[in-house]
Design a protein around this ligand. Structure first.
Ligand SMILES: C[S@@+](CC[C@H](N)C(=O)[O-])C[C@H]1O[C@@H](n2cnc3c(N)ncnc32)[C@H](O)[C@@H]1O
Length: 185
């Protein structure tokens, strides 16, 4: 995987974020924001899985970019959004979803539970059920959480993922690290 080339965010995508998060628009779309990383990889993706979709920003973005996607969360009604034809929203724990999933993705955004055991099980199921296309990238959010970092290293050791990290902004003022896992060269 080459260095991730960050893209400019399209005006229609900016408008859709502004509708959901007017007060966070500038921070979310800053130069090195976590959003910009996910967006830039989404632009080159055709099948996306988001674990943890709260508020559905990426459901909207996938709709605009015409990326087929699935989004799973356990959030309460207030934070849910509706499915579109090519963007399916599922309310269930990630483990239940991954256990029965038979789709394959070229981009996965792991942004749900911060718990080590849950993240490890997510990796195990993603691999066991062959959910990654050969060129797939797994974006791993929240490496500043001990459990997320430990699970990220587990995935590298156990499954031979290659990895990168990037310092991103937005969710924490000071910035934090996001990880990227991939199996291809
Ligand atoms: C940080 S939010 C996701 C934000 C979203 N990805 C974005 O960038 O706008 C994390 C979400 O993960 C969900 N979550 C936590 N544990 C989960 C689990 N075991 N299965 C599915 N979703 C989970 C939470 O309900 C929460 O809505």
């Amino acid at each position: 995987m080459r260095k991730i080339k960050l893209k400019n965010i399209r005006a229609d995508v900016l408008r859709s974020i502004g509708d959901v998060f007017p007060e966070r628009l500038s921070r979310m779309t800053g130069e090195n924001s976590y959003f910009r990383y996910v967006y830039s990889l989404l632009c080159d993706s055709s099948s996306f899985l988001e674990i943890g979709y709260r508020w559905g920003v990426f459901v909207n973005v996938c709709g605009i970019l015409k990326v087929n996607s699935e989004h799973v969360d356990i959030c309460d009604k207030r934070l849910r959004v509706k499915s579109n034809k090519n963007n399916k929203v599922i309310t269930t724990p990630s483990i239940d979803y991954l256990t029965t999933c038979d789709k394959r993705f070229d981009l996965v955004f792991q942004d749900g539970s911060k718990d080590y055991q849950c993240r490890v099980e997510e990796y195990d199921l993603i691999i066991r059920n062959n959910l990654l296309k050969s060129n797939a990238i797994v974006i791993v959010d929240d490496l500043h959480y001990k459990g997320c970092k430990k699970a990220f290293n587990y995935a590298i050791d156990k499954y031979g993922f290659k990895s990168r990290t990037a310092k991103v902004t937005d969710k924490r003022e000071k910035g934090y690290k996001m990880g990227f896992l991939y199996l291809s060269k």
